[in-house]
Design a protein around this ligand. Structure first.
Ligand SMILES: C[S@@+](CC[C@H](N)C(=O)[O-])C[C@H]1O[C@@H](n2cnc3c(N)ncnc32)[C@H](O)[C@@H]1O
Length: 245
């Protein structure tokens, strides 16, 4: 929700409440159009709730961080062919926002690589703090994800399968934008180890599971990996963190 009404919050949802101005008021018409369009898709109720539109409203500020990070990466990675990667696509909530923003930006040629198992999470890749998630996401459908993202299909490259096995030689050799949303510390580290060396200066990495209390182990893994590497990690009040290479 993002409506200014007297003393009411300007945004409430996704773990944060604020009375400050929302950042998508000026010059983000394509972003607002994408958030409106995404409601036309079909989404698994177990993951997106019985009213996905309400879930998308709650996540508006998180989605704006997605759109902002795309714009930043496009502006700072003009010299390389633009590859974007999402690890943890589900049925394409965030991927829709990212793909729509890519389509709206002045980037001549880009490919958006989409990674997900589209099967339940395997227990053997989970830490003790995460083991309750074994089997989670078994109701997700790759076919629904493809339908939801159909309008962007010319620029999409699909990589179904479990990480780390799916991180194979079909992965892009340079990556200007990465979104990691795997709900698994080990798989998050697998992605960092595989893709961070492929990020040129100016690239952006958006980490969904950084500040959530449940994902303490993921935050620790991310901080440990990035601490000794060049770039800036900015934790956000949405629970995400944005890393600028
Ligand atoms: C929180 S959901 C992603 C939500 C999605 N980004 C969105 O905005 O709709 C986490 C996803 O990570 C995927 N996932 C978790 N561990 C994985 C692994 N090791 N390999 C591939 N996909 C995995 C799950 O299948 C699930 O779709």
């Amino acid at each position: 929700m993002s409506v200014l009404q007297g003393d009411q919050p300007t945004h409430h949802g996704g773990g944060m409440t604020t009375r400050h101005q929302v950042p998508w008021l000026d010059d983000w018409q394509d972003f607002e159009a994408a958030v409106a369009s995404i409601r036309q898709g079909e989404f698994d109720p177990e993951t997106y709730g019985v009213d996905p539109g309400e879930t998308f409203d709650r996540n508006m500020w998180r989605y704006w961080n997605v759109a902002y990070s795309i714009r930043h990466a496009v502006e700072h990675c003009q010299s390389v062919s633009f590859n974007a990667v999402e690890c943890g696509v589900a049925e394409g909530g965030t991927a829709f926002i990212a793909a729509a923003q890519l389509a709206a930006e002045p980037v001549a040629n880009y490919t958006f690589h989409l990674y997900d198992a589209w099967e339940g999470m395997r227990g053997d890749g989970l830490l003790p703090s995460e083991i309750s998630l074994a089997g989670r996401y078994s109701s997700l459908s790759e076919a629904r994800a493809r339908d939801n993202l159909e309008r962007f299909s010319a620029n999409l490259c699909w990589h179904p399968g479990h990480i780390p096995e799916s991180l194979d030689d079909t992965a892009p050799t340079t990556v200007s934008w990465i979104h990691i949303d795997l709900n698994s510390a080990t798989a998050t580290l697998d992605v960092l180890e595989y893709l961070w060396p492929r990020m040129p200066e100016g690239a952006v990495l958006l980490l969904d599971d950084h500040g959530w209390l449940f994902w303490d182990d993921t935050r620790r893994v991310i901080n440990r990996y990035l601490r000794s590497r060049p770039g800036t990690l900015l934790p956000l009040s949405t629970g995400q963190a944005m890393y600028f290479r």
